[in-house]
Design a protein around this ligand. Structure first.
Ligand code: ADP
Ligand code: ASP
Ligand code: MG
Length: 417
């Protein structure tokens, strides 16, 4: 029997009517002969609301308790969906992450899946049930309930698809696929027919939250085929696949992404000698902070500035460490600037087309947008700009690289080419 995993995001299960629509889609797949496993997110903005409630009681709620609280959102959605599917005449049962055998490490709020023991799921599928699993959660090796980080239901779905050897992992969301830019910022963005794991990794880490970064890492590592598509229509969406599995000529640029969830931190006038960068990032890592885009300025008088990005909501955690650090390495100051955004251009063709770099900077210059930090991989270029310039930068780059409906010489692997 072929297993299909379907994941529905918060908007797709936001109210009773939408839950009924999800039930219809799940039962359609069952009737088509699949074993069906559905992963659900919390309804609408439930996670944000629960988080706000906890924060109104304590600025930094206890991590274990916060995780228990947040997992309640997905539990509501999962049981309501089971009720709806039962009402439609199909046997269904819902399971929490823990009941579904999703074992994680103990990092509350950003736990990683380390094992899946799908015994109960397989048993329920064997009995002909449609199985519903609460996304975004697991149980730790210390037997506590954990969450997988914002957007983590995507990772639950990919991990289950892998563990159950599913035919595909379908990610149903509120847009019809992965676009050349966030369709909310660029209304004429185009849907991509296929994106390689590598490009999707870069897009996800650059702020295209349509898939959680970790879910893409997991899918790539395990070769899980992911199909991102609309929960409101039947049109085909975007396949995330191996590079060489893509049809036809490849675009130089696949998309533009932006992210304003990170702040820029600068350690000014750090001594420019071996061991200083190690001391800085050892201290940052000890706080469990994720760091992005590190830039060191050229050395002057034996001193250099080191800048990097960290999530804005983790700045408070960094500050005491950073201050101690500045004293310990006898740097000048620690500065944090939350008023920034990162704008990125992603495309497998960048490595063979170095002129793209100049084109990108020229486009930003024409818009009079100042670039404060630059970092590039072989398939991504990221620039840190003022937060107020973010959307203008995205639109200008989208136009410049011919990603819109009229396309240009760079378009190729889209739907309607
Ligand atoms: P869900 O609740 O279904 O998990 P998310 O809000 O996490 O949905 O992700 C879907 C959203 O991602 C879309 O509504 C869209 O605004 C945003 N998004 C950002 N970049 C892109 C992109 N390149 N393609 C598609 N959607 C994108
Ligand atoms: N409900 C969680 C969130 O809002 C997980 C998810 O939706 O994937 O981040
Ligand atoms: Mg999401």
């Amino acid at each position: 029997m072929s297993v299909i995993v379907q994941k529905y995001g918060g908007t797709s299960v936001a109210d009773a009517d939408r839950i009924r629509a999800v039930a219809d889609r799940a039962t359609d797949a069952k009737r088509a002969g699949h074993d069906v496993v559905v992963v659900v997110s919390a309804m609408g903005d439930t996670t944000d609301e629960l988080m706000a409630m906890a924060r109104s009681l304590a600025p930094t709620p206890n991590a274990r308790e916060l995780d228990l609280l947040l997992t309640a959102g997905e539990r509501i959605a999962m049981s309501l969906l089971a009720v709806a599917i039962n009402q439609a005449g199909y046997p269904a049962a819902s399971y929490t992450g823990s009941q579904a055998g999703i074992i994680t490490d103990t990092a509350h709020g950003r736990a990683s899946i380390i094992d899946i023991r799908p015994g109960r799921i397989l048993e329920a599928l064997g009995r002909g049930h449609i199985v519903i699993v609460a996304g975004f959660q697991g149980v730790s090796t210390a037997y506590d309930v954990t969450t997988l980080g914002r957007g983590g239901s995507d990772t639950t779905a990919v991990a289950l698809a892998d563990a159950l050897h599913a035919e595909a992992c379908e990610i149903y969301t509120d847009v019809p696929g992965v676009f050349t830019a966030d369709p909310r910022i660029v209304p004429d963005a185009r849907k991509l027919h296929a994106v390689s794991y590598e490009e999707m990794l870069e897009l996800a880490s650059s702020g295209a939250q349509v898939l959680q970064l970790r879910s893409v890492e997991y899918a790539r590592a395990r070769g899980v085929k992911v199909h991102v598509r609309s929960s409101f229509s039947d049109e085909p969406g975007t396949w995330i696949t191996q590079e060489d599995a893509r049809m036809g000529e490849q675009a130089i640029i696949s998309g533009v992404a932006a992210d304003h969830s990170e702040a820029m931190v600068t350690i000014r006038s750090a001594p420019d000698r071996p061991g200083v960068a190690a001391a800085i990032f050892r201290a940052v890592a000890a706080q469990g902070l994720s760091v992005d885009l590190i830039v060191q300025s050229g050395s002057r008088d034996g001193r250099a500035d080191i800048s990097f990005l960290v999530p804005k909501d983790e700045l408070d955690r960094l500050e005491p460490t950073a201050k101690e650090l500045v004293a310990a390495i006898s740097a000048d100051t620690y500065e944090a600037d939350a008023d920034v955004a990162k704008v990125s251009l992603v495309g497998a063709g960048i490595k063979a087309h170095p002129e793209v770099l100049a084109d990108m900077f020229e486009t930003l210059a024409d818009e009079r947008i100042n670039v404060e930090l630059i970092a590039a991989t072989s398939i991504r270029i990221s620039c840190v700009v003022r937060a107020a310039d973010e959307e203008r930068a995205v639109r200008a780059l989208h136009r410049r690289f011919g990603l819109g409906p009229d396309g240009g010489p760079l378009r190729s692997h889209d739907d309607d080419a």
